[in-house]
Design a binder for this molecule. Structure first.
Ligand SMILES: *Cc1c(COP(=O)(O)O)cnc(C)c1O
Length: 378
């Protein structure tokens, strides 16, 4: 039996920061295993194309390294020296400029808390990844939205106007994502160079850069004091569940982050897995190539579905506008067959679905189901 809750003689909830009261809780997605039980399908039969995970997972050498590691009872190295040096070789930037984190998401949270206080503002360029808006709001900062153009490119002039029309110093962070999630759009070098002239800190999120047809701009963070580039092992390296990301930062920002970060923010399993991934770059690169090849095939097949309009993508997913049909019903019909895609219906993403690139046989099941939908209307 539960003990009755003792009620405080004052309103304890009033002690919570006022910015939090205005926020809504994150809408969780149904866990994969729950859905598999609900549909009566084994987890291996679920075609999970809704969260941009890598269907190939990590290299076998990563699983072996995790199994063989013997020191899980020891705290991690707070400076992550070995991992930072391995990352330096992979990224092509000195280890002094790299800081690992508990997913790129943790770095986003750190940056918001380092730069923002109530009264400050950020610039967000929706439709894009939701965490920038979320983390900024947690600090009490205002989110100024500068909408992307119809082709999902960043409206550079509108961003410039939005910064310059605020009092000097009010806008602190500008979040840019390349390739962008959920559109897959690349931000051209010239646009990035121009935005870096603004008097703000630019956060360039490169979570999907391994899948792009353009090179990373991580090294730009050494030439621009106002640029930090975020990367992750969640997508290309296939260890989203272990939570490992990193920031590539100018020297002055590294000094601030060393003061700010939790000593043990990156756990030992993530470190072991990250190091093993970086030792087997042949596997990582081969997996990325398979997914890029599959992206081309998926895009072409989606274009053959009469009601879908796939957008060009440099990431491991394809955003589709749904024409003349209800995207939500399509998502639900697919879900009943164990095929999961991401559905959107919000400004800039009216009646859209986003499909992660899977294995060829997953593409085949999806496309077959979509064509069946063309014949039997939902
Ligand atoms: C998935 C994703 C991330 C999150 O990366 P984690 O390392 O898993 O926290 C960051 N940015 C974008 C744009 C993403 O889509």
């Amino acid at each position: 039996m539960n003990n009755p809750v003792s009620v405080s003689p004052f309103d304890v909830r009033a002690l919570v920061r006022s910015e939090l009261a205005a926020l809504e809780a994150y809408t969780p997605i149904v866990p994969f295993e729950v859905l598999s039980a609900r549909l009566g399908l084994p987890a291996t039969q679920i075609v999970k194309l809704d969260a941009n995970e890598n269907p190939y997972g990590p290299a076998p050498a990563v699983i072996e390294a995790l199994a063989e590691y013997n020191f899980y009872h020891i705290y991690p190295d707070p400076q992550q020296t070995e991992l930072r040096h391995a990352l330096a070789a992979y990224v092509g930037v000195a280890a002094e400029h790299i800081l690992p984190s508990h997913g790129a998401d943790e770095m986003l949270d750190y940056l918001c808390r380092i730069f923002l206080q109530p009264g400050d503002a950020i610039i967000d360029c929706p439709p894009t990844f939701g965490m920038y808006n979320f983390d900024a709001q947690l600090t009490g900062a205002r989110v100024i939205e500068v909408w992307r153009r119809a082709d999902y490119g960043v409206d550079v002039e509108a961003v410039e106007r939005a910064v310059l029309e605020q009092p000097a110093g009010r806008v602190k962070l500008l979040f840019l994502t390349s390739p962008n999630n959920p559109s897959g759009t690349w931000l051209p070098d010239a646009d990035l160079a121009r935005l870096l002239r603004l008097p703000v800190m630019v956060v360039l999120d490169e979570a999907y850069v391994e899948f792009a047809d353009h090179p990373s701009r991580a090294a730009w963070a050494l030439q621009h004091d106002n640029l930090v580039v975020l990367r992750t092992f969640s997508k290309a390296a296939g260890i989203a569940g272990l939570r490992l990301g990193y920031g590539v930062c100018p020297a002055w920002l590294m000094a601030e982050l060393w003061k700010f970060k939790q000593p043990y923010n990156v756990n030992v399993a993530a470190t072991v897995a990250g190091l093993a991934s970086l030792r087997d770059l042949d596997y990582l690169r081969a997996t990325v190539e398979k997914l890029k090849t599959e992206r081309r095939r998926l895009s072409a097949l989606l274009a053959s579905v009469p009601f879908l309009e796939p957008q060009p993508s440099e990431a491991n997913f394809v955003l589709c506008r749904v024409n003349g049909r209800n995207a939500r019903e399509i998502k639900q019909t697919l879900e009943r067959q164990g095929i999961l895609v991401r559905y959107y219906n919000k400004p800039g993403l009216d009646n859209c679905i986003r499909i992660s690139v899977g294995r060829p046989e997953q593409t085949d099941r999806l496309v077959e189901a979509l064509h069946a939908l063309t014949v039997h209307r939902t």
